[in-house]
Design a protein around this ligand. Sequence first.
Ligand SMILES: Nc1ncnc2c1ncn2[C@@H]1O[C@H](COP(=O)(O)OP(=O)(O)OP(=O)(O)O)[C@@H](O)[C@H]1O
Ligand SMILES: [Mg+2]
Length: 227
Amino acid sequence: MNLLEVKSICKIYGSDEAAVHALKDISFTVPKGEFVAVVGESGSGKSTLLNMLGALDTPTSGKVFIDGNDTFKMKERQLTVFRRRNIGFIFQAFNLIPELTVEQNIIFPVLLDYQKPDKKYLEELLTVLGLKERRNHLPSQLSGGQQQRVAIGRALYTRPSLILADEPTGNLDSQNSSEVIALLKEAAKKYEQTIVMITHSPGIAQTADRVLRVSDGMLTDFGRCLE
Ligand SMILES: Nc1ncnc2c1ncn2[C@@H]1O[C@H](COP(=O)(O)OP(=O)(O)OP(=O)(O)O)[C@@H](O)[C@H]1O
Ligand SMILES: [Mg+2]
């Protein structure tokens, strides 16, 4: 069963002479539980693609199905809820809420959904992410690696079927990067989550089940091979 199905996505920014063809007829599928790395030069269209997968932006044409749901057919409010429940986002800039503690940042998406936080899972995540002693700290009191682990905790906490990550280790040193990726993979395996991760790191791409290369808005599937 494919968790993600991308059909002929095109994205054009602007119009006339200023038009940028950022994505040119991209199609691919990702089976449930797969860890896909997306690589490619700066400006090739990786973030644009990830934004389409997460329905953060709409394509000029084409479709995206997540778990069989046609995301661009949904109404805005329906999509907001769908996104919150089914997709975990991790960005290079951690995007934590500065006024909230580690613990509050992690449970925030669940509170937004008017649901009761799962205390047991929170403890589990804090332990796995090595944040137990930092649970009442504010983001400004944490190191970069710790802040990114909070962002990962927040993305995992709703147990989304799809995790979208845009250079999640871009701000981390290599030691912290490997730790963060290992944690993410461990959690994803446990809950059969699918990961699509943009990375500039050949080391990280090497650990993926599959590597997709974006080049000038076009996609090549490299399978398990890296060139
Ligand atoms: N909002 C926008 N308006 C116009 N052009 C845009 C917009 N966002 C991105 N682009 C253009 O689309 C192309 C793809 O950009 P994108 O951000 O997807 O690249 P990327 O592969 O993520 O690069 P990087 O590795 O530097 O993050 C670039 O040429 C960029 O200038
Ligand atoms: Mg980018």
